[in-house]
Design a protein around this ligand. Structure first.
Ligand code: AMP
Ligand code: TRP
Length: 313
């Protein structure tokens, strides 16, 4: 029997290169080897205010992104979280064994609540319990995500172990899969922050639907570090980030990347990087319009049926 992977993304904002390199790319790489389930987590999106009509559209658009990135509906199950009622049901049960203290420690909650737990929604607080339900419902072995989800995965494991100890062996304990390179792509404008959907400064992120011109401009304006060498040096986070992007989109080794830019200046580096990113995203951008709404809805319906049958066992 194949091992199972489960992952998901929220249908909010615009997906960026960080989502692609940190998550989607790995889903596609793993889907042959694993029994794969990819979810569009629209219930998670409700933890912040959403317009219902826009959310519905974005949910469908995210399914399109999964497919254009190369998730194959013949191999993987793709579905919308709210189509499977068991996610919300298990969330209640797990909420009853989760502790306030462990949820209070979640850094994503602290970030999103912007320092005011008093005013934050209860959903935002219990968000990681819903995420644990997503994963545990399917007896998941491996969860491919970016670095920012590591803490949520640890909580998921803790809840599963607690449940198994108190009520008997029930859940598979999942492992996290975080890529060696690309797990935390940084903002082009501030390499101390992650590239993010919600950054007010749009110049910090390369969105998957940015055209070639926009990509080139953003890379040209990306901040750099002092010094001139183009190497993987953690103490020079801006260049490290740009070089990591170059490495991931070209598929070259670290050494090949460094050799390629030895003796070259930042200007040359940035123009080669821009070209490589545009080339990398081109097939994705061509495929994004390949699925009309009817085709998508059919895939999601089949996906929901499969997911429901696994979740109900
Ligand atoms: P989200 O957009 O928050 O639903 O995230 C979807 C996936 O993208 C998750 O696995 C995140 O860990 C991953 N991700 C988000 N931002 C980044 C980033 N800047 N670098 C790498 N992975 C990321
Ligand atoms: N919390 C994740 C994020 O914001 C999305 C997510 C929800 C997820 N449920 C999941 C990821 C289950 C992996 C597995 O990126």
């Amino acid at each position: 029997m194949k091992q199972r992977i489960f992952s998901g993304a929220q249908p909010t904002g615009r997906l960026h290169l960080g989502n692609y390199l940190g998550a989607l790319k790995n889903w596609v790489a793993l889907q042959d080897e694993y029994d794969s389930i990819f979810c569009i987590v629209n219930l998670h999106a409700l933890t912040l205010p959403q317009d219902p009509k826009t959310l519905r559209q974005k949910t469908l658009d995210l399914a399109r992104v999964y497919l254009a990135a190369g998730v194959d509906p013949e191999k993987a199950t793709i579905f919308i979280q709210s189509d499977v009622a068991a996610h919300a049901e298990l969330t209640w049960v797990l909420a009853c064994i989760a502790r306030m203290g462990e949820l209070e420690r979640m850094t994503q909650f602290k970030d999103k609540a912007k320092g005011s737990a008093e005013r934050a929604g209860v959903g935002l607080f219990s968000y990681p319990v819903l995420m644990a339900s997503d994963i545990l419902l399917y007896q998941t072995n491996l969860v491919p995500v970016g670095q920012d989800q590591k803490q949520h995965l640890e909580l998921t494991r803790d809840l599963a172990e607690r449940f198994n100890r108190d009520f008997g062996e029930t859940f598979t304990i999942p492992e996290v899969y975080i890529p060696k390179a690309g797990a935390r792509i940084k903002s082009l404008q501030d390499p101390t922050k992650k590239m993010s959907k919600s950054d007010e400064n749009e110049a910090g992120a390369i969105f998957l639907d940015d055209d070639a011109d926009t990509i080139a401009k953003k890379i040209k304006r990306a901040v750099t570090d002092s010094g001139t060498e183009i190497t993987f040096d953690e103490t020079r986070p801006a260049i490290h980030n740009l070089l990591t992007i170059y490495q991931l989109v070209t598929g070259k080794s670290e050494q090949e990347c460094v050799e390629n830019f030895s003796g070259k200046g930042y200007g040359q580096f940035k123009s080669e990087l821009a070209e490589a990113v545009v080339e990398y995203l081109r097939p994705f951008q061509e495929r994004i319009s390949a699925y009309d709404d009817d085709a998508l809805n059919a895939i999601l319906k089949t996906g929901a049926e499969k997911a429901r049958s696994i979740a109900s066992v």
